[in-house]
Design a protein around this ligand. Structure first.
Ligand code: IMP
Length: 182
């Protein structure tokens, strides 16, 4: 098989550290939502692996929805203009919604998503994010369940991409040639 050269990635959060944290988050969520039924909203594409692991760590009745948004193109410029690329399949009126996001950077994407979901009349909306870069915050957003706080570095892997690459890495790593900042 031909190998295609990829820019180097330096491991930051190992596969086992991710698995340990996912287990703890799952336990917390299971406890907090005991006797309730969850609607999980996995934000695509970046949260697909995190969500897949997290839902298996939560032993509660749940429905799983996907919400596709595009905030960055290959240039990684966050304009705050978010495009919905895939909508939920069913209403969330009266539901306890848990949004699963890959990373909160400026907070613009999550702010937009929360506005969209809250307008649909759910009973509650909470957020579980794998990663947070607080140093980049533009819009303050509260994250109810957080995996890891990271420095201002551009990360890929475990669902996160740069120009659609690296999502399949089983760990989170720092892209050695980071894309330009907005
Ligand atoms: P925000 O609107 O600036 O908070 O950006 C959130 C979105 O930008 C995330 O859901 C990711 O898709 C993308 N993003 C932000 N930082 C990174 C990164 O370090 N690696 C990969 N994608 C990122």
């Amino acid at each position: 098989m031909t190998q295609i050269a990829e820019p180097p990635v330096t491991p930051l959060i190992s596969e086992s550290a991710l698995a340990d944290r996912v287990r703890v988050l799952g336990e917390q969520i299971q406890k907090d939502y005991a006797n309730r039924e969850l609607v999980i909203v996995s934000v695509l594409k970046g949260s697909f692996l995190f969500a897949a692991d997290l839902v298996r760590a939560i032993d509660l009745p749940m429905r799983i929805e996907f919400f596709g948004v595009r905030s960055y193109g290959a240039a990684t410029v966050s304009s705050g203009e978010v495009q919905i690329t895939l909508d939920l399949t069913r209403p969330i009126t009266g539901a306890d919604v848990l949004v699963i996001e890959d990373i909160v950077d400026t907070g613009l994407t999550l702010t937009y998503i929360l506005e969209q979901l809250r307008a649909r009349g759910p009973r509650s909306v909470n957020v579980c994010a794998l990663l947070h870069k607080p140093s980049r915050a533009v819009k303050p957003v509260s994250i109810d369940y957080l995996g890891f706080t990271i420095e201002d570095v551009f990360v890929v892997g475990y669902g996160l991409d740069y120009a659609e690459r690296h999502r399949n890495l089983p760990y989170v790593g720092v892209l050695d040639q980071p894309p330009k900042k907005p």
